[in-house]
Design a protein around this ligand. Structure first.
Ligand SMILES: NC(=O)c1ccc[n+]([C@@H]2O[C@H](COP(=O)([O-])OP(=O)(O)OC[C@H]3O[C@@H](n4cnc5c(N)ncnc54)[C@H](O)[C@@H]3O)[C@@H](O)[C@H]2O)c1
Length: 411
């Protein structure tokens, strides 16, 4: 809600005026700054967060900080009211509501769903029925049917749907998109993504059991970062095959610091997956996602006819980028885009810009639906010993423009 010019917009009572143009006041969506000729939004979109767990901290930090020119967190709710109250206090959020109170608040336009995977689709449907746009954490849904119901209801009601991850909007992947599109590695023909992580035997996450169920498994939990990045870099996937394995049927919590120390809990989803993805543009990728070992080993590379591109960890926003050229020389490439810092919440902010300007939101439900289709297709291919041809199709999300000012998502 600000502009770096001598005519910075002012707020009088409830109305907002631009000092130079004097327009528009209450009711309009944006005005153009007479000094910088930039579009300025004259109202912020109010957000209600459902889910006050671990990841809510960084969303709250960024939505009440980096992106507070475009969004305003009005309320937070959780099944556990104490968690919502604590987060509200920590980040000066005006209301700690019940879920129903939050959905009934007419000022809230976007519901930000940060609950556990199994609750995503049911809550998203509820929010859409209440007339809210929704932005949800990944995975988008656990079944294609649930995902389609959410998308169909949103379309029917003229509401937007968004889904994490939004890390592909960061400096790392956006720079890699530009490098590929500008021809730095020639024609991209292959890619290799690997995410190897430890299992949940540390038991320190308050709801670690969710990581042992479908939705918290490596492919549905970590896969979306890689798959979304690959789609943003190479376009949609046409067919998949793969092998989904599970080393153990149960897990014992071995960490004496965990409240669940010594407990043995069931493992209910594949924990070791390797897949092959054929992209519509002809490129082929291998993707490995496992939570069976120790440490954290992320890797993403795109191989082109004129160079090999090392893409930074798509779980984060920044990171180093290298191209190895035909002469064997490896060059570190500078970021062409901003947002190298931890920017979770960028997808919601982008959705707020989309609501105000009428453009499409980048971290969209359709993109997440394609990611889900790929993941479920890999499981199905493994079970059926064959390739699965995907029915969903999606366009590459629009890259961010160059020359963005700090924390702005539109030029
Ligand atoms: N923890 C991380 O590092 C991380 C990172 C990125 C994304 N995510 C994603 O964010 C989501 C949440 O993860 P988390 O780690 O914060 O989990 P969490 O278990 O810490 O928090 C989830 C919260 O949602 C609440 N909740 C569950 N169902 C609800 C319902 N029906 N109504 C209201 N509240 C409900 C729970 O009480 C809990 O407080 C997951 O989808 C996860 O994949 C997590």
């Amino acid at each position: 809600m600000s502009c770096a010019c001598p005519y910075a917009i002012i707020r009088v009572s409830k109305s907002i005026f631009h000092r130079k143009t004097g327009l528009p006041s209450e009711g309009g969506e944006s005005t153009v700054c007479a000094w910088t000729e930039r579009k300025i939004f004259i109202r912020r979109i109010k957000i209600g967060i459902i889910g006050a767990g671990v990841i809510s901290g960084i969303y709250l930090k960024n939505c009440t900080g980096m992106f507070d020119h475009i969004v305003e967190v009005k309320a937070i709710a959780d099944l556990v009211p104490e968690l919502a109250r604590k987060r509200a206090e920590e980040f000066n959020v005006p209301h700690a509501y019940t879920v129903d109170e939050l959905l009934a608040d007419p000022e809230i336009e976007i519901v930000l769903n940060l609950t556990a995977p199994a609750a995503h689709a049911p809550l998203n449907l509820k929010a859409l029925h209440a007339g809210k746009h929704v932005y949800t954490e990944k995975p988008f849904a656990l079944t294609r049917e649930d995902a389609d119901e959410v998308l169909a209801l949103a379309e029917q009601k003229g509401l937007l749907v968004g889904c994490a991850p939004d890390t592909f909007l960061g400096a790392g992947i956006q720079t890699c998109i530009k490098l590929i599109d500008d021809g730095w590695i020639g024609k991209p023909y292959a890619a290799n993504g690997t995410i190897i992580m430890g299992n949940a035997s540390g038991g320190m996450h308050p709801n670690f059991r969710n990581f042992l169920k479908l939705g918290g498994d490596p492919l549905m939990d970590m896969g979306p970062y890689y798959l979304t990045a690959l789609i943003a870099l190479l376009g949609p996937v046409r067919r998949v095959t793969g092998s989904a394995q599970q080393l153990n049927k149960e897990l014992t919590i071995l960490n004496p610091k965990s409240p669940a120390f010594g407990q043995t809990v069931p493992v209910e989803a594949p924990t070791n997956v390797t897949a092959v993805l054929d992209f519509a543009n002809g490129a082929v990728a291998s993707l490995q996602a496992a939570k069976e070992s120790f440490g954290y080993a992320p890797r993403l590379e795109i191989f082109g006819t004129e160079g090999n591109l090392t893409v930074p960890d798509p779980n984060f926003f920044g990171g180093s980028i290298f191209i190895k050229f035909a002469n064997g020389e490896a060059k570190e490439m500078p970021h062409s885009h901003p947002f190298a810092e931890e920017g979770r919440g960028m997808g919601v902010a982008d959705m707020a810009y989309a609501i105000l300007s009428g453009r499409a939101n980048r971290a969209s439900g359709r993109l997440a639906r394609h990611v889900l289709d790929i993941s479920l297709g890999i499981f199905e291919a493994s079970a059926a010993d064959r390739h699965i041809y995907l029915e969903s199709a999606v366009e590459r999300p629009q890259p961010l423009p160059l020359g963005l000012k700090y924390n702005r998502l539109d030029a």
